[in-house]
Design a binder for this molecule. Structure first.
Ligand code: 3PG
Ligand code: MG
Length: 403
């Protein structure tokens, strides 16, 4: 794990802290539909306030392309943030730099919190502009990054700014990095990776990296169809990337080379179309008719993954195992989710999951709180699973070396 400093290593008393958060939460009709990222920010803000700091929260929201866009204002986040902080007042600055921002932060007393308007209203944010970072740095004396889910972006508030002020990780960043490194850097073995989703093509790097790291790799979702097809199995009209056959064969060879046990579907739930109304049935892999689609893993596959979960001491999970948004093709994913929760609650498994669909599937199974760690990160979680260096994490690491 990269070496980085945390809130425990720094004296913030009487200081103004610039806190990079990820308040890029899903909003529908002006209402936040999942406040997890906001709630997970609270411990960092509470800790800073408890130590006598004032806190200036900054975040991006959506993709406004460097221009102000009222539809992507952070204003609707004030109330949910306030709720997460037990009703605490929050000042709002209409701009994240310049006179408007300076006026709001200058008025903050220790214990007070301000939220700045969307960082991406300025092109300098995504350009990682040193001038924009400098303008931000004028608003505080210490930088805290609590936005693991944005750590894959080399943007000014994440990369350049960390070089300008003493920089430490917030509680959420610390928890993410602890959980992720416990799962892949120094895990209790055997380690099982469970990878689903639609496409092999988007997860090639991830599969390659994991094969070198884990003891068992279970593949589900439509991406398993591509692997089965590469083995010469009939997949009918299933979603399948036929042009990825060579890549899929390389994955099979690489797994054999690294002694990584591959767990592929042995049965499947098939139907003529992806619809709850379509009659579905379970068939063995090898007996998939030419006119049907594979839409979920079958019960024997669920049992096989269950056996691997009984053996595993560590699990990393990304991607649903079937078309889980459409019943009854959610069954495989939900059964596996419940099994993961049971093993974790029994103290037998350290389980880490991430990615939007995976988090939604865990919530649908009613086990969102029962894993060891569920990451709120999408892209950052995937890039971490690919073994890539995340700019936000690297910036904190280099900042800690300078101390
Ligand atoms: C996310 O929600 O994945 C992060 O906030 C990053 O957002 P982005 O994909 O727009 O950079
Ligand atoms: Mg994203």
């Amino acid at each position: 794990m990269p070496d980085f400093l945390t809130l425990d290593d720094i004296d913030v008393h009487g200081k103004r802290v610039l806190l990079r958060a990820d308040l890029n939460v899903p909003v529908k009709d002006g209402k936040v539909t999942d406040a997890t990222r906001i709630e997970r920010l609270a411990p960092t803000i509470e800790t800073l306030i408890g130590k006598g700091a004032s806190v200036v929260v900054m975040s991006h929201f959506g993709r406004p392309n460097g221009k102000p866009d009222p539809a992507l204002s952070l204003r609707p986040i004030i109330m949910p943030l306030r709720r997460a902080l037990g009703g605490r007042e929050i000042e709002f600055a209409e701009d994240c730099i310049g006179a408007l921002a300076r006026r709001v932060v200058a008025g903050l007393a220790p214990g007070q919190v301000a939220l700045l308007e969307n960082l991406r209203f300025h092109p300098g944010e995504e350009a990682n502009s040193p001038e924009f970072a400098r303008a931000l740095s004028e608003l505080g004396e210490i930088y805290v990054d609590d936005a693991f889910s944005a750590a894959h972006r080399a943007h000014a508030s994440i990369a350049a700014l960390a070089q300008l002020l003493p920089a430490v990780a917030g509680r959420q960043m610390e928890a993410e990095l602890d959980a992720l490194s416990a799962a892949l850097e120094h895990p209790t073995r055997p380690v099982l990776a469970l990878i689903g989703g639609a496409k092999v093509s988007t997860k090639l790097d991830l599969l390659h990296f994991l094969i070198g790291k884990v003891d068992m790799l279970a593949i589900g979702g439509a991406m398993a169809n591509t692997i089965l097809y590469a083995q010469g199995v009939e997949v009918g009209r299933s979603v399948c990337e036929r042009e990825m056959v060579d890549s899929a064969r390389r994955i099979l060879a690489l797994a054999a080379e690294h002694n990584c046990r591959l767990i592929l579907p042995v049965d499947a739930v098939v139907a003529m179309e992806l619809s709850s109304a379509a009659p579905s049935r379970t068939v063995a892999i090898g007996a998939v008719a030419a006119d049907v689609m594979i839409l979920d893993i079958g019960p024997s596959t669920v049992a096989g993954i269950g056996a691997a979960l009984d053996e595993a001491r560590t699990l990393v999970w990304n991607g649903p195992l079937g078309a889980f948004e459409t019943q009854p093709f959610d069954r495989g994913t939900l059964s596996v989710a419940r099994k993961v929760a049971d093993r974790t609650k029994a103290g037998r498994l350290r389980s880490v999951a991430g990615g939007g669909d995976t988090v939604a599937a865990l919530a649908a199974a009613g086990v969102g709180d029962d894993l060891s760690y569920v990451s709120t990160a999408g892209g950052a979680f995937l890039e971490w699973l690919e073994g890539r260096e995340l700019p936000g994490v690297a910036a904190l690491a280099s900042a800690s070396r300078k101390e």
